[in-house]
Design a protein. Structure first.
Length: 234
């Protein structure tokens, strides 16, 4: 074999090795997605009232669930359905903070059947991979993937009937798909931790929905407000 032929053979072998490494990395990332989904989905619930349907995430062992205030506004009790298997509970609205769009719902009939999620209050970095979980359009236990696209965004939520618009500061921008019904569900990192509460999808006033632009309330904010609501309720 001449020198040129030998060089080509070495390059071909290097190319094969590169493909193998790439395939292994992809397989590892897929395994992480699957692991996070199976680990966190048991903590995700669908929340339904007479006027709206959204999502939530189990906050503690007492049966407290964090969601968006706009999901439960006007309701005293709601139906809570576990995303992992469809099991249903009755939930009582403990309290809400409209200005922060955070509410707490409590399941009292069988709180031990709910699995509390782990919250990460350390913050997120642009480019970080995240998964959004919830019940978009009523599709319970849906998982979408994306990245953190930006931090510290100021977002004004569209006003609901009879309610004033709410402006939220310091929200997380993500490319993970967020649709109607995702509100109140968790935004999760690959370490199985909740980093945000999915809250809104961007809309262009002229063009309508803006795919790939969604917003979440940081876990640190959600955790702080939820604790205040729970402490005030006793």
């Amino acid at each position: 074999m001449g020198a040129r032929a030998w060089a080509l053979a070495v390059l071909a072998m290097a190319g094969v090795a590169g493909c193998s490494s790439s395939s292994s990395s992809l397989s590892g990332l897929q395994s992480q997605y699957e692991s996070v989904s199976s680990s966190v989905l048991p903590s995700v619930v669908q929340i339904s009232s007479s006027t709206s349907t959204g999502s939530g995430v189990v906050f503690d062992s007492r049966g407290d669930i964090v969601t968006n205030a706009h999901v439960v506004t006007g309701a005293r009790t709601v139906e809570v359905m576990r995303a992992s298997d469809g099991h249903k509970f009755t939930g009582r609205v403990v309290g809400l903070s409209t200005s922060n769009d955070i509410a707490v719902v409590r399941v009292t009939d069988d709180p031990s059947a709910l699995h509390a999620a782990s919250f990460d209050s350390a913050g997120v970095s642009v480019g970080q991979i995240v998964l959004a979980m919830g019940s978009p359009l009523g599709l319970t236990g849906t998982v979408t993937q994306g990245i953190i696209s930006g931090n510290n965004r100021t977002v004004t939520e569209a006003s609901a009937s009879g309610q004033a618009a709410v402006t939220l500061e310091n929200t997380i921008q993500t490319s993970a798909s967020i649709n109607s019904g995702n509100s109140g569900g968790p935004l999760v990192n690959l370490s199985h931790q909740v980093v945000g509460i999915n809250t809104a999808a961007a809309r262009d006033p002229q063009a309508g929905a803006a795919p790939g632009i969604g917003f979440a309330i940081p876990a640190s904010t959600a955790e702080s407000i939820a604790k205040k609501i729970i402490d005030a309720a006793g």
